[in-house]
Design a protein around this ligand. Sequence first.
Ligand code: GN1
Ligand code: MG
Length: 345
Amino acid sequence: MTNNEIPHRFFQFDRWLGAAPVGSGNINDTFRIDFERNGVQETWLLQRLNHLVFKDPDAVMRNTVAVCEHLSERDFPYKIAMPQKALDGQYLQHDEQGNCWRVFPFFENTFAPEGVADAHVAYEGARAYGAFARALRDFPPERLSETIPGFHDTDRRWQVFLGVLEKNPVNRAEVSTPEIEAMFAAKPIFERISQLKRSGALPLRVTHNDTKAGNVLLDPALRKAVAVIDLDTVMPGTLLSDFGDMVRTFVPTGREDEPEPVSLRLDILDALQHGFLEETADFLLPAEKENLPLGAVWIAGEQALRFLTDWLAGDVYYKIRWPEHNLARARNQLALFKELRRVEV
Ligand code: GN1
Ligand code: MG
């Protein structure tokens, strides 16, 4: 962000104080912006929505607003990241490069527990994600657009993987044989999930679909959850994947792109289960409860598949910070998958 032209479309302010990147998203670009209005300093969050990933940005905003409104009408004891309308009444603003921008409230004095969660923080995070699912259990899922079609359709992702593997567009298949073999070994878990989905045992619910440790904000002094953020992928789905993404990001010893080995912190797994079920146990079906651990194995495997596919495709989806970043991510998630599979059932 080099100027304040876009912020000016959202706010009439007197003095611009600056913009600074925040967060660690792999898709969108997020900035904290500061300005002065009527002698008072204000801070907001300005975000560039990646329209190559989210092909229908208006649908993303419609989903987000509908979900935020619903949360605000329910007993949801957290702050709500409701998008802010620009001065022309629209939620999205487009720049000359075709990018779209939106603004959210900035939650002062909070942290995202990426790589730093102890059992209490994990419990708090899982409770917040559980409360989110709880507050949305009476929201008809079919009212939401699929902002990324087939997001957790692992069969479809498998076909994409096979296609990229065959085309081998950047000649990386040769140097990735162990990872490709490990990916094929994960196939039985994907088949179990597909079967479970086909059986109809898993109800379609409103799910967050990015319940990672980085998307729940906590107060550092009180160590209490403050907000669930990043609603771009809220869609109809199964809660197994929301539980899975929590386990994937809270439980391992390192972050998702650190070199393996990955080891599991089982006290954190307990804390997540406890926190999530505290909010959801009374409405989850037995098939959902029984399969939460399978959900964790599935999502670690699916994430490995997504990273490996992007590595083989030539880094076309996730932002990378070094040349082999996607390969490192894939290796890490494959190692995590293996560990989770060992402890599951
Ligand atoms: C992406 O950009 P971010 O960090 O919110 C991705 C998630 C992945 C995650 C892995 C739209 O999320 O699905 O789990 O990276 N979001 C999208 O860190 O693909
Ligand atoms: Mg996200």
